[in-house]
Ligand binder design. Structure first.
Ligand SMILES: CCCCCCCC/C=C\CCCCCCCC(=O)N[C@@H](COP(=O)(O)O)[C@H](O)/C=C/CCCCCCCCCCCCC
Length: 216
């Protein structure tokens, strides 16, 4: 982890998922994008071996930012308004086609991040509940195999598996939360995880209701 990340507080990023949710259960896209940007910043601090992953996330965040600053921006305030707008205006490619008409719909783009949020949820839970000497590469692979790996090609899975070997130790991850002790960091993960789970569960339900969970 380089010096430029010293003032970076992972706890702030994880808890920021709380701000994504309104009292009515809407997922606010500006906060969703901001939370992901914080995660990317952390990922970048782990070294160049992860840059192919952060580039993919950044590209997806840029798509969402373009939609947020487009003339249709009002429809991209929340996940719910985005789904309603794109589905009712047929802006989502539902089938795999050689010439998709809307290859970068918001629904498709957020779906990729949503699946990655599931990985994050499982990985953080693994960090939280594992023993001090647990290997982060194992925790990360287990979370990955249960989630994102199901949607990735063989070549991506191989590259990801190699990158996992460069992960820092569990202690380093917990120290990145800038808490006084690793015990407090574990406690903080327990507090932050429900926010991430809540965002994930609401998004999952919304996508399922509109049959959007398998968008190509
Ligand atoms: C206290 C611990 C805190 C941990 C904080 C972790 C911060 C992690 C930040 C980002 C996580 C990675 C998000 C990956 C999004 C992947 C989206 C995706 O599935 N993209 C694929 C499909 O896109 P389309 O082609 O359909 O547009 C794309 O093919 C993938 C390309 C690159 C590979 C993505 C690998 C994902 C691996 C997830 C584990 C990341 C390990 C990070 C280690 C901390």
């Amino acid at each position: 982890m380089d010096d430029s990340e010293k003032d970076f507080n992972l706890k702030v990023v994880l808890v920021s998922f709380k701000q994504c949710l309104t009292d009515k259960g809407e997922v606010l896209l500006d906060h969703y994008i901001a939370s992901w940007k914080g995660l990317v910043r952390f990922l970048n601090s782990l070294g160049a071996v992860f840059s192919f992953i952060s580039k993919d996330v950044v590209a997806k965040l840029q798509i969402m930012e373009r939609l947020r600053s487009s003339p249709q921006s009002e429809h991209y305030t929340s996940l719910q308004s985005m789904v309603a707008y794109e589905v009712s205006n047929k802006l989502v490619d539902m089938d795999r086609r050689s010439h998709p008409r809307h290859p970068h719909s918001g629904c498709r783009t957020v779906l990729r991040l949503h699946r990655a949020l599931h990985w994050l949820q499982l990985f953080l839970d693994g960090l939280r509940t594992s023993s001090e000497d647990a290997r982060t590469s194992t925790l990360c692979s287990e979370a990955y195999n249960a989630t994102l790996a199901n949607y990735h090609s063989w070549i991506v899975r191989q590259a990801v598996t190699v990158a996992f070997c460069a992960l820092p130790s569990r202690k380093v991850f917990l120290e990145a939360m800038n808490m006084e002790s690793t015990e407090q960091a574990v406690e903080m993960l327990g507090e932050a995880l429900p926010f991430i789970e809540h965002v994930y569960d609401i998004s999952q339900k919304l996508y399922a209701e509109h049959s959007l969970l398998d968008l190509p």
